[in-house]
Write a protein that binds this ligand. Structure first.
Ligand code: GRF
Length: 219
């Protein structure tokens, strides 16, 4: 059965675009059925509309606290019978019932090798700036399940990205973004094949890895 996917966004939406492309051409056994944006200025909204995908903007400032906010997200997910939630540049922290109801069914994308350069306040350019300031020679991309912490859930896939001598925040961000566009779809595809299992903190990929034709085209 094709999975019904919701993508939660706050900004550009390039990862959303990628998922729409790969679900649309059958590479991923799922459908992006719903987009939830945390603010009406997110360019991702335009992208979703261009593809005819239902978009709901839920602004946290209109709710009395984050639990009420997340409950209203949960309501939308239930309305659309969602199987899998993707946080693709979503800047709000999920809390409350949505985490229980969607345990091991919410995937987040983070632009560093967790547990480095992550946690509260570590998002967007801040991550890359911190990496450059640290002098680290490698950073990367992590795709993980979401738990009640910030960037603490079980890791599905990671890929290292070199930090080059002349890198700026901009050039590093661009190189990271290219890897994100390949790593997130790989994880989503595995989920949609029912091949991901969480045992304690470890994510087991049934069938032993994802080295097939699809992976090659995304390497
Ligand atoms: C990505 O860098 C992701 O790691 C982070 O937010 C960014 C989203 O990019 N969580 P886009 O909106 O999909 O272009």
């Amino acid at each position: 059965m094709r999975k019904r996917i919701a993508v939660l966004v706050s900004g550009n939406g390039s990862n959303l675009e990628r998922l729409v492309e790969l679900t649309g051409n059958g590479s991923i056994n799922g459908t992006v059925s719903l987009v939830i944006a945390s603010n009406e200025r997110a360019f991702a909204i335009e992208r979703a509309r261009d593809h005819g995908i239902d978009v709901h903007t839920l602004n946290s400032s209109e709710y009395s606290n984050s639990i009420c906010y997340c409950d209203s997200i949960l309501e939308k997910l239930d309305d659309y019978n969602i199987d899998l939630v993707i946080l693709a540049g979503f800047l709000k922290i999920l809390a409350g019932r949505v985490l229980d109801n969607f345990k091991d069914r919410i995937i987040n994308l983070h632009p560093s090798l967790i547990p480095n350069f992550c946690g509260k306040g570590m998002y967007g350019e801040r991550v890359h700036r911190a990496v450059l300031e640290s002098g680290m020679k490698e950073t990367g991309v992590t795709v993980h399940f979401v738990d009640e912490g910030t960037d603490t859930g079980p890791i599905i896939l990671q890929k290292a990205v070199p930090v080059l001598v002349n890198d700026t925040v901009k050039t590093l961000a661009a190189r990271i973004s290219e890897v994100e566009h390949r790593l997130l779809p790989r994880a989503v595809r595995l989920f949609c094949q029912d091949r991901l299992r969480v045992e304690k903190r470890r994510v087991i990929i049934d069938g032993g890895g994802d080295e097939d034709g699809f992976t090659e085209c995304l390497e």
